[in-house]
Design a binder for this molecule. Structure first.
Ligand SMILES: O=c1ccn([C@@H]2O[C@H](COP(=O)(O)O)[C@@H](O)[C@H]2O)c(=O)[nH]1
Length: 283
């Protein structure tokens, strides 16, 4: 039987440090790296990041949007990146933020969480705003494949609060309800103190917002924390945002590391420095 994602993630965090580096080939970064904003530039950028970091960091998180904008040839670059990164030992979290009615969600689950598919990833980000129950096909596909799912709960952008802090008829906020649903999904797997495979996305930029939203971050699963670097958060912010749940946090940085390329040694050094900083606050 395949080892569940949560266990594989915990092992990777222990061995490599709890860091996720995002692969976000912005047009501006391609230009900064001296690359053209075309498929060849996209491919060179992606290969450089994967070759530099896939043997070192716990998680690589390609941002699907930057590949989709080049159509099928961009997606082919993404497929290769996923395979190469996994072969080099990184866990791949596909940042696709998919969400739809259940029957269509099943097709998204097949795209990212079926081990025979070309985009199969260790985990995928999904959006719960068609109702948490609409995610069932992805949750079930992940369980079957030993993969993971990260559900948007309290996102790093300032606009997120207008939806995520909204109060439901039962008096709880939308975010609190998403987190409670994730805790329930993790219950069986997390028995005995193990990390579950169902994670939440909670921005490192939030300050005390999780508390304001009545959100309990003790979901027994991983907490992906984007927002460090270009969005203004730092590793030092993590304890205040996450409290005792900081041990389960996977801080995520894209531009804050990528801006150090294309020099491989500089990319590696930036990622190592960040991994050390987050390890220091997570212990
Ligand atoms: O709440 C969220 C959810 C996802 N993201 C994604 O993470 C990266 C952040 O990139 P940076 O360059 O480190 O700002 C990007 O792919 C976002 O789509 C997020 O920022 N916030």
């Amino acid at each position: 039987m395949t080892t569940p994602f949560g266990a594989r993630l915990r092992a990777a965090m222990d061995a490599r440090g709890p860091l996720c580096v995002g692969i976000d080939p912005h047009a501006s970064l391609l230009a900064d790296w001296g690359l053209d904003d075309d498929v060849a530039g996209l491919e060179r950028f992606t290969r450089t990041v994967v070759d530099a970091l896939a043997e070192r960091v716990a998680v690589l998180k390609p941002q699907s949007a930057f590949y989709e904008r080049f159509g099928s040839r961009g997606v082919a670059v993404l497929e290769r990146a996923v395979a190469d990164a996994r072969a080099a030992g990184a866990l791949v979290l596909m940042d696709a933020k998919r969400g739809d009615i259940g029957s269509t969600m099943a097709a998204y689950a097949s795209a990212y969480l079926d081990p025979s598919g070309p985009l199969f990833s260790d985990a995928v980000t999904v959006s719960p705003y068609l109702g948490f129950g609409s995610l069932r096909p992805a949750l079930d596909a992940a369980r079957a494949a030993g993969a993971g799912v990260f559900v948007l709960a309290l996102t790093s952008n300032p606009e997120g609060a207008e939806v995520q802090h909204a109060v439901r008829p039962d008096g709880t906020t939308v975010a609190a309800s998403v987190l409670a649903s994730l805790k329930a999904e993790n219950a069986a797997e997390a028995a005995g103190g193990r990390l579950g495979s169902y994670g939440a996305v909670v921005g490192a930029t939030l300050g005390g917002a999780a508390g304001e939203a009545g959100a309990d971050l003790a979901i027994d699963g991983p907490l992906l924390a984007p927002g460090i670097g270009a969005q203004g958060a730092t590793p030092a912010d993590l304890p205040a945002v996450f409290g005792p749940a900081v041990r389960n946090v996977v801080p995520s940085v894209s531009r804050g590391v990528l801006r150090h390329g294309p020099d491989v040694a500089s990319l590696v050094e930036a990622a190592s420095r960040m991994a050390e900083e987050v390890r220091a606050v997570a212990e």
